[in-house]
Design a binder for this molecule. Structure first.
Ligand code: PEP
Ligand code: MN
Length: 336
């Protein structure tokens, strides 16, 4: 159950609410986010919702039977919209396109990408400066210096930045330079990192774990929300299956399921989802038709020279075509 508390709920009112929770056999966990104050009640017993709902200090009460509560769609009438400022938002019944290289490599590469994005009306650029690589000998990113360089150029161009944070110690140094923190598939269940991201007032996009279930992704989002940060985005990026003809198996099923289970925006990552350049577009379009609020994909001025994920990176003409077709697919979906 979720109890939404009134603004300025008093200590006495809180005590009465907690006493009632105890009486009906529920364990209450207080949650203070940057937006509101809640008590998440966990318990199994049937009870008359009016016992709690009529108490002073309670503004609303919702039964949510899912294991995750605050990210569940069951208690929120309106879907979450993430506002990045400057008229850029995610999840607001329009298609969000985020594109850019797997890794930030150089000033020239950043500028070429920004120019390409602007020419195609894309307002959010992706790119890693801290790269999780399977081999310790692969390129591991330009780090903080690369992020600062990127931020300078992106800000000038009015482009927003989404970039992966790999560990708690990077949050502070990245904070002023990113618009969305990305939690990568290898960190979906790094609960300490999720706890810390709950404390900040900046959007967080959580990718589904490599072998993670939909429920686990939602529980990871619940960590950040219950830690205080409601600005969350979910990302399906393919899972590891027995199939070997593609890098991962894009779980298109997850898109309508996540949209049904949660009020959070859902973004599809077809680049990591299939891992093969020639099939990024069809998987992106399928994801949009399945209900995604946006796509995130990899593009580079010379994919064959990209420092990482070259095999799944689109060149700029492929990227332009994808942007156009993605928007057409979205139009079609919205006007069915
Ligand atoms: C990436 O976005 O480049 C990346 C490493 O993604 P994932 O965590 O989904 O593998
Ligand atoms: Mn990548």
């Amino acid at each position: 159950m979720i109890i939404q508390l009134s603004n300025g709920v008093s200590t006495n009112e809180l005590t009465a609410i907690n006493d009632t929770l105890k009486k009906i056999g529920y364990k209450g966990t207080p949650v203070q986010t940057q937006k509101a104050q809640y008590i998440v009640g966990i318990g199994k017993r049937e009870f008359d919702i009016r016992e709690l709902g009529t108490l002073p200090g309670v503004s609303d009460i919702h039964r949510v039977s899912d294991d995750y509560k605050l990210v569940s769609r069951k208690w929120k009438v309106k879907r979450t919209v993430i506002d990045l400022g400057d008229n850029v938002s995610i999840g607001n019944s329009h298609l969000s396109i985020m594109a850019g290289p797997c890794s930030i490599e150089s000033e020239e590469q950043i500028q070429a990408t920004i120019d390409h994005l602007i020419a195609n009306g894309v307002k959010i650029m992706r790119g890693g400066v801290f790269k999780p690589r399977s081999s310790p000998y692969s390129f591991r990113g330009l780090g903080e210096e690369g992020l600062k360089l990127w931020h300078g150029l992106a800000k000038k161009a009015g482009i927003k930045i989404v970039s992966e944070v790999m560990q708690m110690s990077q949050i502070e140094s990245m904070y002023d330079y990113v618009d969305v923190f990305q939690v990568g598939a290898r960190n979906t269940q790094n609960f300490n990192l999720l706890d810390e991201l709950g404390k900040i007032d900046k959007p967080v996009m959580i990718k589904r774990g490599i072998s993670g279930t939909i429920e686990e992704l939602l529980s990871s989002a619940e960590y950040v929300f219950s830690g205080g940060n409601e600005k969350l985005i979910l990302c399906e990026r393919g899972i590891r299956t027995y199939e070997r003809s593609s890098r991962n198996t894009m779980d298109i099923n997850a898109i309508p399921i996540l949209k049904e289970k949660s009020h959070l925006p859902v973004i599809a990552d077809p680049s990591h989802g299939i891992g093969l350049r020639e099939f990024v577009e069809p998987v992106a379009l399928a994801s949009i038709m399945a209900g995604a609020d946006g796509i995130i994909y990899e593009t580079h001025q010379q994919p064959e020279k990209a420092f990482s994920d070259s095999q799944q990176t689109l060149d700029f003409s492929e990227s332009e075509r994808l942007c156009n077709r993605a928007r057409k697919a979205f139009e079609l979906r919205e006007n069915f």
